[in-house]
Design a binder for this molecule. Sequence first.
Ligand SMILES: Cc1ncc(COP(=O)(O)O)c(C=O)c1O
Length: 415
Amino acid sequence: MKSEQGYYGQYGGSYIPEILYASQQQVLASFAEARDDPAFLAELHKQWQQYSGRPTPLTHCENLTNHLGGAQIYLKREDLNHSGAHKMNNVIGQGLLVKRMGKKRVIAETGAGQHGIATALVAARLGLECTIYMGAKDVARQYPNVFWMKQLGAKVVPVTTGSQTLKDALDEALRDWSANYEDTHYLIGTACGCAPFPEMVTFFQSVIGQEAREQSLTQIRKLPDRLYACVGGGSNALGLFTPFVDDEVELVGVEAAGKSMALGDHSVRLSHNLGSIGIAQGFATIFLQDDNGQLQSTHSIAAGLDYVGVSPIVAHLTETKRIRMEYANDNETLEACTLLLKKEGIIPALESSHALAMAFKEAPIMAKDQHIIVNLSGRGDKDIFNVAKAFNDAEFEPFLQDYLADYSLDKESVL
Ligand SMILES: Cc1ncc(COP(=O)(O)O)c(C=O)c1O
């Protein structure tokens, strides 16, 4: 979605401190040039293909379709990207832009750690210095990703202010950018932030929908009837949806309803009208906030979905009724995750399992000749600790204790 001023209806814009103006204008100009430069686009497609493994397949889930008895269910397999999530599409794009701008350092915020690890990977490959801001709670929930970020050479900064999740990490990253804008690019991981980030991230992620469109036409011989994607900041959803926006294809976004609908227990901003318009973190959108504009705490079993705001593009497309927003809670998400494991032999990320939950609810009431695509935004290996706890797996805790005992012994013998 192109917007000269960075506005989508009443959402978007660029509300940044004056000190960032020159840097933001440089990103704006470099992106405007790069998106029309055949050499840049050729390099981008080469890296997507040779480094990340694109195109990702469109997988027909025959067992699930038979089990649920309605629409034909397909998955767009973003879990098969290098690093295990769609985040890589955008990081490769912005990484190449950083080289083009001649900057030496990247910073990023991360929730589930998927964007952090993708940034650390690409920074290592492109020879860039890298600092990742991550809420302290997320550091604890996603330590394996943190471990690899550090091994890749990135500095990981746990953020201990506020709710210690994504929104606090984002504030810290903005502070760093303001102090170091001359040599540093803020590599935003979702379709949020000041212009041109929502549009730029959507541009890089739209490869998902472009491929899905072509694959539908060859594999199904028509466009799908409906698309589903989970919505944290909104990048995987916009990536899948954007190439279908002008088609007669229904677009369904799914937010995290967490533990309950009480404030602090969920991250439902749009689908229940619980959020309201505000300006924070460089842009105007729908935020979960109190009457004084204080951003509220959020919760989801999926670390990548507990963001307090949402992409201005998603807010606009929801307001204009082009996207239908729904929600799934933690339990529904775990059930959907289990069903995909058992019926299709695929381990989904908990974020993506929100989209699966809504698709599995609605597919049985659709006709057998209708087709739906669910964006499988990531793979679930990273979620093993959370899922084992939620499933109350009897052997997982003893395994951890044994592992810990061995780990300490081994460490002593090495020292
Ligand atoms: C696997 C996965 N899916 C989805 C998301 C949500 O982000 P977005 O809404 O930008 O796609 C994340 C965020 O970390 C993620 O890791």
